[in-house]
Design a protein around this ligand. Structure first.
Ligand code: NAD
Ligand code: IPM
Ligand code: MN
Length: 349
């Protein structure tokens, strides 16, 4: 029996609660399909940091490569300096494992979940390919003369030809492999001239894919268009920060952050899967957080590991839960986190 080894970091706030439901569904799929899953939980997050002073321990990046994948809940706690653990753990894994693709599907499951007028299922079915290892997230910069009238704060936006090209190529290959029709580049090359690198690289790589329609939007106009005509987007490729922002928007036009899923991927290497949302501290411990983002992230994990049928089984069970309104209150249901997870697990076929 094949056994998949998975490292699990529940993390902070609602992270552990939604991860538990992701694992519940994952175990159910494994049981039905006759393969094994060996889960190893790691305590990283705010509590662990407060106890030990440790964010992401040195050595974990080596240890983690022996796993087939990592599942993460969320990181972020108001007791800790802003963003410190998010950078240490989330960015630490993305950069440390060179997970250069952040794959974020934006898919409408049911008309009732869409806050936009007149949009139907099928109108919103895009995949955002967010660059995940460069941009302002590289952490180049800092604060000089902090707290004085002469204070200077600098954050550099870093784009490399190699980093830009590999993620653009991934987007084209993904579009081709999935039978998608169009690839859209989103940048801000009008105001940020360094982003001309994105526009040019997209055009150059795009010439190798003449069968795919190709277009370009500035990120401000793309945000407008996502609300006005989300059906214009199919596969979208963009830089790290813009990808972060437009995928919260993408989440919101499909039912909210509670259902948005993501994969941090380096093809062929240990990759990390997590909901798009954060630790939502005010919801923590109340059994009200929507587990669908975490559950669908487990589906993305299966898909990336080549287990397509298993991923599809999870997607179908999520769709059924939405249609039956057996979901949490953020998307109009009455169930708690656990009960919503139970319903999806029970409907794996
Ligand atoms: P957030 O995503 O945690 O929450 C924003 C809002 O989205 C919530 O108030 C809630 O209304 C809704 N929401 C989020 N997840 C939900 C769920 N599962 N079910 C129902 N509703 C849900 O964003 P924030 O409030 O800006 O950040 C809180 C903390 O999380 C911060 O510390 C932030 O840095 C961190 N964060 C972590 C990640 C991550 O771990 N990948 C992502 C984003 C933010
Ligand atoms: C996300 C989050 C992270 C990001 C933060 C917590 C560092 O918002 O995964 O979308 O900005 O990438
Ligand atoms: Mn985000």
């Amino acid at each position: 029996m094949k056994t998949y080894r998975i490292a699990v970091i529940g993390g902070d706030g609602i992270g552990p609660e939604v991860t538990r439901e992701g694992l519940k569904v994952l175990r159910k799929v494994a049981e039905m399909e006759g393969f094994g899953v060996e889960l190893t939980e790691y305590p990283f997050g705010a509590e662990h940091y407060l106890k030990t002073g440790e964010g992401l321990p040195a050595g974990f990046l080596t240890e983690v490569r022996q796993y087939d994948a990592v599942l993460l809940g969320a990181i972020g706690d108001p007791r800790i300096e802003v963003g410190m653990l998010e950078r240490a753990i989330i960015s630490g894994l993305r950069f440390g494992l060179d997970l250069f693709v952040n794959l974020r599907p934006v898919k409408l499951y049911a008309e009732s979940l869409c806050p936009l007028k007149g949009k139907k299922v099928g109108d919103i079915d895009a995949i955002v390919v967010r660059e995940n290892t460069e941009d302002v997230y590289a952490g180049i910069g800092g604060i000089f003369k902090k707290g004085t009238p002469d204070e200077v704060a600098v954050a550099e936006m870093i784009f490399t030809r190699r980093g830009t090209e590999r993620v653009i190529r991934y987007a084209f290959e993904l579009a081709r492999a999935r039978g998608r029709k169009r690839v859209t580049m989103v940048d801000k090359a009008n105001a940020i001239r360094a982003m001309d690198l994105w526009t040019r690289t997209f055009e150059e790589v795009g010439r190798e894919y003449p069968a795919l329609a190709q277009d370009h939007w500035y990120v401000d106009a793309a945000s407008m268009q996502m609300v006005k005509s989300p059906e214009s987007f199919d596969v979208v490729v963009t830089s790290n920060m813009f990808g972060d922002i437009i995928t919260d928007l993408g989440g919101m036009i499909t039912g909210g952050l509670g259902i948005a899923a993501s994969g941090n991927i380096h093809p062929g290497r240990t990759s990390m899967f997590e909901p798009v949302h954060g630790s939502a501290p005010k919801f923590a411990g109340k059994n009200i957080a929507n587990p669908i983002g975490a559950i669908s992230s487990a589906a993305l994990m299966f898909e990336t590991l080549g287990l397509k049928k298993e991923a599809a089984a999870i997607d179908a069970a999520v769709l059924k839960a939405v249609k039956d309104n057996q979901v949490t209150s953020d998307i109009g249901g009455k169930l708690g986190t656990r009960e919503a997870g139970d319903y999806i697990a029970a409907n794996i076929r």
